[in-house]
Design a protein around this ligand. Structure first.
Ligand SMILES: [Zn+2]
Length: 318
């Protein structure tokens, strides 16, 4: 027999609470004569779950199947499955140890689809949902210690019951995950890491966004300042426009006068330069005349002839 290494819910939930013809009982709810030791699955629903499959909540062995006599009010057709817990676990302060023996008890079944002594795996169909025992269809399921097949804890305190019956829904929910393969566990771990990293990045992004918002606020303020400046400029323009014309005329005249004076000084400078240039040109002309005079002189012509003769001699030697 394989250990109960993980758990699954015994049936799907098809109804809504407090609708239909009968609302079932929760774990340890007072029913009027007993602290309800199990949980009524699909409680509050009508007959729509009749015939739906009921699954073994974990690996185990079918300890007992009991057929309803069709008359007695009670568990009806019911199945007791024995499990060996495959892990340590704590539920509401109660410690469970690997190797603990637990029983799951499925009641009011429409049909029983397993045999005593049969080994079952988590999720195997063991019967169908029904109302046997004189009830509207629902699954009354208990997770408990060995207490006999037909035990019903009338007259016992909630504390006594809590020691021997356990919240099956919570027990299953807390221990659903361990059926994961090592690969899947690794994936989940990686996923968790990524989620953490993403959260970290999100925080960074949020910080940056906050900064950006602050910068935008600054920019808005600067824009407001610019608008204020422009308004000031417009006001100034208006002021100039509204200035008396005589004032303007005088100002313009003064400016022109100033400019004229400056212009005159520049002009004088230019004239000076032109005079210098003209003087230079006269000097050049005089020199040119002297050169022409020299070129036409007897000495120059003799010299020219001498250079020609000298060049010829040099040419011959080379
Ligand atoms: Zn019940």
């Amino acid at each position: 027999m394989e250990n109960a290494n993980s758990f699954c819910q015994p049936m799907e939930y098809t109804g809504l609470p407090n609708t239909g013809n009968w609302a079932g009982y929760e774990y340890l709810q007072w029913t009027g004569d007993v602290f309800h030791p199990g949980i009524d699955y699909n409680w509050g629903a009508g007959e729509q779950d009749k015939g739906k499959p009921i699954f073994a909540i974990a690996n185990g062995i079918v300890e007992k199947t009991i057929k309803w006599d069709g008359k007695t009010k009670g568990f009806g057709n019911h199945i007791l499955i024995k499990h060996i817990l495959g892990f340590d676990y704590e539920l509401n302060g109660r410690q469970f140890k690997k190797g603990d023996i637990l029983y799951s008890h499925y009641c009011h079944l429409d049909t029983i689809d397993c045999k005593e002594g049969q080994e079952v795996s988590k999720g195997d169909k063991i019967g169908t949902c029904g109302g046997s025992g004189g009830w509207p269809s629902h699954l009354h399921i208990e997770l408990r210690k060995a207490l006999g097949y037909d035990f019903w804890p009338i007259g016992y305190t909630a504390e006594w019951i809590k020691e021997r019956y356990f919240d099956v829904y919570q027990f299953v929910e807390d221990n659903k995950g361990d059926n994961m393969s090592d690969d899947l566990k690794e994936c989940l771990k990686l996923h968790t890491q990524l989620v953490n990293e993403c959260t970290q990045k999100d925080k960074q992004i949020k910080k940056l966004e906050d900064n950006l918002r602050k910068k935008n606020e600054d920019l808005e303020k600067a824009n407001e300042n610019t608008v204020a400046c422009n308004n000031l400029l417009k006001d100034l323009e208006k002021e100039v426009e509204n200035m008396p014309e005589t004032d303007c005329e005088e100002k313009v005249k003064l400016a022109l006068k100033n400019n004229e004076e400056k212009h005159k000084i520049e002009l004088d400078k230019l004239n000076g330069v032109i005079t210098d240039l003209e003087n230079n040109q006269q000097s050049i002309n005089k020199l040119q005349e002297k050169i022409t005079e020299l070129e036409n002189s007897q000495e120059y012509k003799i010299g020219e002839a001498l250079v020609k003769v000298f060049n010829k001699i040099t040419f011959k030697r080379s």
